[in-house]
Design a protein around this ligand. Structure first.
Ligand SMILES: Cc1ncc(COP(=O)(O)O)c(C=O)c1O
Length: 423
């Protein structure tokens, strides 16, 4: 059935037409943006649910949801219908808004358990920057504590929180000086907490601790439930805000609207994005009502914070539909159940493979950690028709982020192919 098919590769990868587009791109796009070599990339022509077609007519299986965004698959028929039938596409979000903005905020507030207000944005980076502004306006403190290998986007504000040197090379002298970075000690969370206590005792300029409950681009690294609970207690004790960046983990990617909420953590600020509108640029910073009201007092006529596209009617309308589809089809339950099964399957099939350090994840956010950089593996999989991504600070984690419509048959075949390719 269309959208649920195994890959069919008809040409060399990349094919002739993709290679032609690479040449044209190299002439007009700044060289750092899209990586190219003789094996990479393919140019995409179309996509439907789990499948993606390139300009040469090859059909791939997408195991990335294209950066964790297309959770309900590419060009879902109900989304296509909305795009076709909606009365308005672009709006005036902070002047003459459309009801969709309000309806989606109401829905998100309810899903988060109530007591939240929000501000929409387009990208993850912008939602993170809205959180940064919110905490500064609320606490009047300049510093934010983040963890090693955190990824919070590359906007000029968000970039300060992102912890990978490469992204800041050449820009360090100009970036903000408002971050304390703590090491991520995978096997010693006790020490991580002690480090944080020492920092909070020592520095009086900290307004917030901000983290992804599972580091995505950092390599699917999971903070334990116990650690998160202790973090909440500590931040409360020191009167510091706790913010979660759930651009990746949220919007049901891990089976829940918020992974932190599912772990029973009561946070102050949260970002959602990526799968929120499943394919359209929509993100949000939600905060506790009291915090939002103090940080953002009533508008005196001009918004102190806005975007031209804030609360975009099409994107928010699709956002509502995405949540409906997930609820109606109980896709979140499938994500939780199948996520566990797929991790078990990967562990079983790959158990004797050398060079694999760990297989872990939550819901449909799965990582296979290798002892080496796996870009060659990603390229080999692409040649077999599987789109995957590397993650981790050494590019050593294979990220598997399928759409919520992946089937057992498609996944099982992928695991067989992966098994063969690693061999
Ligand atoms: C946790 C997290 N925060 C923020 C971002 C940045 O989002 P964007 O690329 O939409 O700005 C990402 C992107 O991968 C992310 O994973």
């Amino acid at each position: 059935m269309k959208g649920f098919e195994h890959p069919i590769i008809k040409t060399s990868i990349p094919g002739k037409l993709s290679r032609g587009w690479v040449k044209r791109m190299q002439d007009v796009e700044a060289p750092n943006i899209t990586y190219t070599d003789k094996d990479f990339p393919v140019f995409i022509k179309s996509a439907f649910l789990n499948n993606v077609w390139d300009v040469d007519g090859n059909m791939f299986l997408d195991l990335t949801s294209f950066f964790g965004v297309a959770s309900i698959g590419h060009r879902h028929p109900k989304v296509q219908k909305i795009v076709k039938e909606l009365d308005i596409y672009h709006g005036m979000g902070d002047v003459h808004p459309t009801p969709y903005k309000v309806m989606l905020l109401e829905k998100l507030n309810a899903l988060l358990g109530g007591g939240f207000m929000g501000i929409f944005a387009q990208s993850g980076s912008e939602a993170v920057e809205t959180c940064i502004k919110t905490q500064m306006l609320y606490t009047h403190k300049p510093k934010i504590v983040v963890f090693e290998d955190a990824y919070h986007g590359l906007g000029f504000g968000a970039m300060n929180l992102t912890q990978r040197k490469y992204f800041k090379e050449g820009l360090e002298p100009y970036t903000g000086q408002w971050v304390y970075t703590l090491p991520f000690l995978e096997n010693n969370e006790e020490q991580m907490l002690n480090n944080l206590i020492r920092l909070l005792e020592d520095k009086k300029d900290i307004g917030m601790v901000f983290l992804e409950p599972i580091q995505g681009r950092g390599g699917i690294r999971i903070f334990s439930n116990r650690f998160l609970k202790n973090l909440r207690t500590l931040t409360k004790d020191f009167s510091v805000l706790l913010g979660f960046d759930e651009i990746f983990t949220g919007s049901y990617r891990t089976g829940y609207i918020s992974y932190a909420k599912a772990m029973g953590i009561d946070f102050d600020l949260i970002t959602l994005g990526k799968g929120l509108s499943s394919q359209f640029p929509l993100s949000v910073c939600m905060g506790k009502r009291k915090i939002m009201e103090i940080a953002w007092p009533k508008s005196r006529g001009e918004a102190k914070h806005t975007y031209t596209f804030l609360g975009h009617p099409l994107f928010t309308r699709v956002g509502l539909a995405v949540l409906d589809i997930i609820e109606q089809e109980k896709l979140h339950e499938k994500v939780r159940r199948k996520g566990k099964e797929y991790i078990d399957m990967l562990k079983e099939v790959l158990k004797n493979k050398k060079g694999i350090k760990d297989i872990r994840g939550a819901g449909f956010m799965i990582g296979i950690e290798f002892e080496y950089n796996i870009f060659e593996l990603v390229k080999k999989l692409l040649k077999k028709g599987y789109i995957t991504l590397p993650a981790g600070n050494k590019g050593h984690v294979l990220e598997i982020i399928p759409t919520f419509y992946i089937t057992d048959e498609l996944f099982t075949r992928f695991v067989e192919v992966l098994d063969g390719v690693i061999e």
